[in-house]
Design a protein around this ligand. Structure first.
Ligand code: 5GP
Ligand code: ZN
Length: 142
């Protein structure tokens, strides 16, 4: 896709510090890492984000992500890793080409995790019902 930085990296038109590539996927270091060894994995084909990516590609994508996560942990001496996808502008996505972040974490790195809320009243049941209804519609389509 024109003007997509990750398509250009996949095509070799922009430089990247690659750690893995095959016919379908490329993995490379994030240019502005949360921690050293922060890896991005992309499918070579352009899809805007996870929800727009065909399920058959998502399956292979996550299998590869599992393997690369192990290598990132071992290769950086990390104690664990975060694997995150920012899907949509509201979630912080700035490059609209499907990618997953693998971020090595140390026990004492001080980065913490998400802030968390508490449900009030029936809010937990209501949101669960809404998600279940959406899931039924998606199941009918697949
Ligand atoms: P997101 O879209 O999930 O917020 O994150 C996009 C990520 O891509 C950012 O962490 C950013 O640092 C990284 N990024 C953006 N442009 C480039 C680039 O040209 N090369 C590399 N290696 N990473 C990039
Ligand atoms: Zn792209």
């Amino acid at each position: 896709m024109l003007d997509c930085v990750f398509c250009k990296i996949a095509a070799g038109e922009l430089p990247a510090t690659k750690i893995y590539e095959d016919a379908q996927f490329v993995a490379f270091l994030d240019i502005r890492p949360v921690q050293p060894g922060h890896v991005l994995i992309i499918p070579r084909s352009h899809y805007e984000n996870l929800t727009a990516t065909p399920a058959v590609i998502v399956g292979r994508f996550f299998q590869l992500a599992q393997k690369i996560a192990s290598a990132v942990i071992q290769g950086t001496g990390a104690d664990g890793c975060n694997m995150t996808m920012n899907n949509g502008r509201a979630a912080g996505q700035v490059v609209f080409h499907t990618h997953i972040h693998i971020i090595p974490r140390k026990d004492d790195d001080g980065l913490g995790t998400w802030p968390q809320l508490e449900y009030q009243g029936n809010a937990m049941q209501e949101v669960a019902e809404n998600i279940k209804s959406a899931l039924k519609v998606l199941d009918l389509r697949s």
